[in-house]
Write a protein that binds this ligand. Sequence first.
Ligand SMILES: Nc1ncnc2c1ncn2[C@@H]1O[C@H](COP(=O)(O)OP(=O)(O)OP(=O)(O)O)[C@@H](O)[C@H]1O
Ligand SMILES: Cc1ncc(CO)c(N)n1
Length: 275
Amino acid sequence: MSVIDKSSVPVALTIAGSDSGGGAGIQADLRTFAFHCVHGTSAITCVTAQNTVLVTRVDALPVDAVVAQIEAVVTDIGVQAVKTGMLLTAEIIAAVAQQVEVLKLNNLVVDPVMVSRTGAVLINDEAMATLQNVLIPKATIVTPNRYEAQLLSGLQLHTLDDMRAAAQRIHQLGAKAVLVKGGGMQGNLRGVDVWFDGHKLETLKTAVVDTSNTHGTGCTLAAAIAANLALGCDRLSAVQKAKDYVTTALRYSLAIGQGQGPVGHFFPLLQENTP
Ligand SMILES: Nc1ncnc2c1ncn2[C@@H]1O[C@H](COP(=O)(O)OP(=O)(O)OP(=O)(O)O)[C@@H](O)[C@H]1O
Ligand SMILES: Cc1ncc(CO)c(N)n1
């Protein structure tokens, strides 16, 4: 067993909610970081009572508790990349944005968790406005799904051209780069994502995986992007590698629970050793 030199292990921080069902949020992020050999740290924003079917309760943590977790991690361990997920309230979003500024956090991947892939609204209007006006402008990469992209761009998304137009509009909010995710698109656009960084407008496509077990794809993608940035990848290759990882994790997704099961974060590695 070799000991890994502390100075060479990349560290990533997820600022997100807990998913009791283990498929999304903090649980998905930490598994994704570990898969990438990146040490995962966390600041929990809220605790959801959730399974593969629905969310039955959400409790936000006090803003000070969220800030204390971020400070504790950054002031001692240091982080090379940060991913934000479900931040829930305007107060938490504003506090996270302030910490990004004060602690000079780089490589910030913002998954703007506002609306689920099925269209269910997850945060209130004030929180959405704070995300849009205060946190997204600080993002290295922002990763809206179809419905979040509609809200952030003011456009309806039906075609690839719509996705491309939305990515360009959202870029004007100030994020360095935008990835509009296509998990919620219909037909042959399902699983097609669009990237815009102010120069390159790219369509990212992998094989569509025919499964309903897609719980946690968005969290996993954003966490994998953050892990790749922490490992030193440039922005677009961090996204391309993360998309490949999500596609593989979808191929190994788990048919557990009565609803949408989680993606299989480690299963590509583990299957060979499974009795
Ligand atoms: N069936 C699929 N086959 C291939 N790729 C997919 C499929 N479903 C989603 N993806 C990909 O998964 C990534 C996450 O996108 P998605 O639109 O599902 O995000 P999301 O709505 O934020 O996810 P979540 O369910 O975690 O909230 C994107 O790269 C998307 O293209
Ligand atoms: C905690 C949490 N974060 C994000 C999502 C979106 O997938 C979810 N379902 N739960």
